[in-house]
Design a binder for this molecule. Structure first.
Ligand code: 9D3
Length: 239
């Protein structure tokens, strides 16, 4: 998969440690040729002598607005670098909340173009012209779209075939469908050696060797934790 990113902070996407893309699964996926990430500086497409990408909002108010022209020209330039037309995605607090089904959908596409803004927002007219999918990563305020873009890249990368050591590790995470019920619920607790730590024991059933009992216990734990911590995932607590 090819992912292009348009940003005024392309250095945040450098595939070298200690960056997000230079460690762990993204590093391995890039080295294995499963993924390429190409960040392009929107500032390089400005036409004013100060390379300003933003201007004051019509109607007044605080903050600055990213102008249409450099964003549009950067999209045109980057899309022409490869014949595959990308799925365009704008990271914005106004977007639909990212979830695992959306990550799965995006992971199956050959090419993505992520647009990360770093101001109050982007002029609405270029959004209307580009008609991107608009995604948010949560109901809290970031300084810019870059960490949201990196979050999306990371979530996608671990679903690319061959990106994980264990073929089924992705299937056992929180938010993967429960193998028994098909529902997306939280993970169970995990334990490893020593059997007793600071006087705290590992649940007896995990030491029993009874794999049926262990699987039943884990399924119960997943459901109980989800009911307790994330009832919304079970369709409870909707009010
Ligand atoms: C006063 C209005 N602010 C919106 C809550 C303006 C604003 C603040 C911060 C606009 C953009 C940003 C930068 N954030 C993102 O670009 C962003 C984001 C986020 O802040 N939270 C969750 N997901 C995302 S995706 C992009």
């Amino acid at each position: 998969m090819r992912i292009d990113v348009l940003t005024t902070f392309p250095e945040m996407f450098e595939p070298a440690p200690p960056g997000v893309l230079g460690v762990s699964i993204p590093k391995r996926a890039i080295e294995a040729g499963l993924l390429s990430v190409c960040a392009t500086d929107i500032r390089a497409f400005t036409q004013n002598k100060h390379a300003k990408t933003d201007d004051r909002p019509f109607g007044g108010g605080p903050g600055m607005v990213m102008t249409c022209q450099p964003v549009f020209d950067a999209v045109t330039h980057v899309e022409a670098l490869d014949p595959t037309p990308p799925t365009r995605i704008l990271l914005t607090p106004q977007g639909r909340l990212l979830d695992q089904p959306t990550v799965e959908d995006l992971a199956a596409r050959p090419r993505l173009l992520l647009i990360a803004g770093h101001y109050e927002g982007i002029d609405e007219r270029v959004i209307e012209r580009l008609d991107p999918m608009e995604l948010s990563v949560g109901d809290y305020v970031l300084s810019g779209g870059e960490l949201a873009a990196l979050t999306l890249i990371d979530a996608i990368t671990r679903l690319l075939p061959g990106a994980l050591g264990h073929d089924d590790s992705a299937g056992q995470d929180s938010f993967s469908p429960d193998p028994q019920t098909g529902r997306r619920i939280l993970d169970c607790p995990h334990y490893t050696r020593p059997r007793v730590w600071e006087g705290m024991e590992v649940p007896e059933v995990l030491l029993s060797g009874d794999h049926g009992a262990i699987e039943q216990w884990r399924a119960e734990q997943r459901l109980a934790r989800t009911r307790e911590r994330r009832p919304d995932l079970l369709g409870l607590d909707e009010g």
